[in-house]
Design a protein around this ligand. Structure first.
Ligand code: SAM
Length: 271
């Protein structure tokens, strides 16, 4: 291994290819081999695993994933990285695809992967963290776990008491663990805030009716369930909420996944 993640090696690559970190793509490059090792460890990768990485950058994490896995598919939006990865990554089991991950047909990609065991491991660009997690969780695939380095504040929200659409989705598909905090100093350039590693286990695919119910319930966060649910249940809203034993003056963030599943049942009866 080249150890791209060592600070002086990363700096040398950035200098050699005349690369400046682009804020619009959330580029903060990891320069701590120990943290990279710990991230990969959380994913329980074996020589039978295919890892999907989102945003390889100059390949610091990719190199470790390639060392542990059978196969790595890495999606990168920044065209400048292709040349760097082609020359610096000395791994034959990495496939770099230059594409915006949000535009990738994930279902199709996963269906063509030969390995049975498929997971996602990523140091996520912060500007698009929740959208990417949502995409991985709501696309029906056999991806069964995701390890991600994200903003600490977002990690605390996802694992905390107050619920969001995404944390309810996680409760439905499986569970989440806050693995560790990562300080600012292990990145070039250093971000303004601390980061954290999370691991999500996905035991089942998302229910599309639950997505619809969550979107309606959280549409206007300050409005009550009685207000937001009218979009789905019209003049039956009061009756539906009563049948589900949900106080109509509560807000969506005060409810839990069991409440939402009762609403899903009511919605299904009316479809
Ligand atoms: N994996 C590298 C590391 O750990 O040092 C880089 C991580 S950096 C925080 C995020 C990476 O995601 C950048 O390489 C950036 O160009 C890439 N990226 C940003 N938006 C993306 C998108 N929509 N699809 C794919 N890659 C994206």
């Amino acid at each position: 291994m080249k150890n791209i993640a060592i600070r002086k090696n990363t700096q040398a690559i950035l200098d050699q290819y005349d690369l400046n970190a682009l804020k619009k793509y959330g580029q903060n490059f990891l320069v701590d081999a120990n943290i990279i090792h710990k991230i990969a460890q959380q994913a329980n990768i074996t020589k039978e695993t295919c890892v999907i990485e989102i945003g390889p950058g100059i390949g610091a994490l990719t190199e470790e994933l390639a060392h542990q896995a059978k196969h790595v598919i890495a999606f990168e939006i920044d065209e400048r990285m292709k040349n760097v990865l082609d020359h610096e990554l000395e791994c034959h089991n990495v496939e770099v695809i230059l594409q915006d991950f949000m535009k990738v047909n994930l279902e199709e990609v996963v269906s063509t992967i030969e390995e049975e065991d498929v997971c996602v491991v990523t140091n996520l660009p912060y500007y698009i963290t929740t959208d990417i997690i949502k995409k991985v969780l709501t696309t029906p695939t056999r991806i069964n776990r995701m390890v991600a380095l994200i903003q600490k504040e977002v990690a605390l929200k996802l694992t905390g008491e107050e619920k969001s659409p995404l944390s309810n989705m996680i409760d439905y598909v499986g569970d989440i663990k806050y693995c560790m905090t990562v300080g600012k100093s292990v990145f070039i350039p250093a971000p303004h805030v601390d980061s954290a590693v999370i691991r999500i286990y996905k035991e089942r695919n998302m229910d599309p009716v639950l997505i619809e119910v969550l979107e309606a319930a959280f549409k206007q966060k300050r409005k009550t369930m009685n207000n937001n649910m009218k979009a789905l249940f019209r003049n039956e809203t009061a009756q539906v909420l009563a049948a589900c034993n949900i106080n109509p003056t509560k807000r969506a963030q005060e409810l839990n996944i069991d409440d939402f599943m009762k609403l899903v049942e009511e919605r299904r009866k009316r479809l």
